[in-house]
Ligand binder design. Structure first.
Ligand SMILES: [Fe+2]
Length: 280
């Protein structure tokens, strides 16, 4: 999901990253933290260092090698909520009762042209609607809570082109990849430009948090905008969208574009208060 840069509280990040403090007590604490971080990198610093190596040749559509994917996945697997300053009693995880959709909170950790790192915090019932990740490899680590994940991949024209199969109304055919509930702690999921569920929708079964690494990040000017979709069963396929391939059942849907700002999605930025990433 694309998050407007103005939502991310970069001001707060910079203040801490530069080590500014308002009291000698804070200064001593910062020095102790710096000594500790020099001795042992924090979990988010390890994620950052792994991203720098895994996405060193990062570009749209460039997928890291399987070894690199496994390396970053294993680093992300080790991240715990406390490592990024999260606990279930934070206000992000409560619906503020505005009467509208429960808001999603985005915590910005880092972004460069090759990758970005951030955390989405969802109160129970919050939804990040179905959206795509054009030409991107995305790692999603569910840090806490449980979340329903539904994901799809585009079905391309079987004649060998990379054109999508379109309906008469302009919707594109997609094949269901995942329709399941993930419960933390669980393994980091990875999606690719054309496989493993490049389009996904998250629904918070309980309050939950997802650490997201995007390589490369969304970039409207480079043609990698985030687009949202609405799914409809494939009534013109056998079984109303369900087909059987040998022993496997396969589900398909026609996905219609909804633009870049679905009404039911409310995203707010908040200051990330966990350990900072230091870019040496
Ligand atoms: Fe996403």
């Amino acid at each position: 999901m694309r998050v407007n840069g103005s939502l991310a509280d970069r001001k707060g990040s910079d203040q801490v990253a530069t080590g500014k403090s308002t009291s000698s007590s804070n200064s001593k604490k910062n020095k102790r933290r710096q000594k500790k971080s020099a001795a042992m990198p924090t979990a988010v610093q390890r994620v950052f260092e792994a991203c720098k190596e895994v996405f060193a040749d990062g570009a749209p559509g460039i997928v890291p090698s399987p070894d690199e994917v496994e390396r970053l996945r294993s680093v992300l697997d080790a991240v715990m909520p406390a490592d990024v300053g999260l606990s279930p009693n934070l206000s992000f995880f409560r619906d503020v009762g505005t009467g509208g959709p429960p808001p999603v909170t985005y915590l910005h950790l880092y972004e460069c042209p090759k990758f970005s790192i951030g955390i989405f915090c969802l109160p129970q019932g919050a939804v990040i609607p179905l959206h795509d990740h054009p030409a991107m490899t995305v790692f999603s680590k569910l840090l806490m809570g449980s979340m329903h994940v539904k994901s799809y991949d585009w079905v391309n024209d079987p004649l060998g082109s990379d054109q999508r199969i379109k309906s008469s109304t302009g919707a594109s055919l997609a094949k269901l990849h995942t329709d399941a509930i993930s419960v933390a702690p669980c393994e980091t999921s990875v999606l690719y430009p054309a496989a493993a569920g490049n389009l996904h929708c998250f629904t918070a079964v309980t309050s939950c948090a997802v650490l997201d690494v995007l390589g490369p990040p969304y970039d409207d000017e480079e043609g990698r905008a985030c687009t949202y979709y609405r799914g409809n069963a494939c009534s013109n396929l056998p079984g109303d969208g369900l087909t059987r391939c040998g022993e496997r059942e396969e589900y398909y849907a026609w996905l219609e574009e909804r633009g870049s700002e679905p009404d039911e999605l409310v995203v707010r930025g908040a200051e990330y208060k966990g350990p900072r990433i230091v870019d040496h």
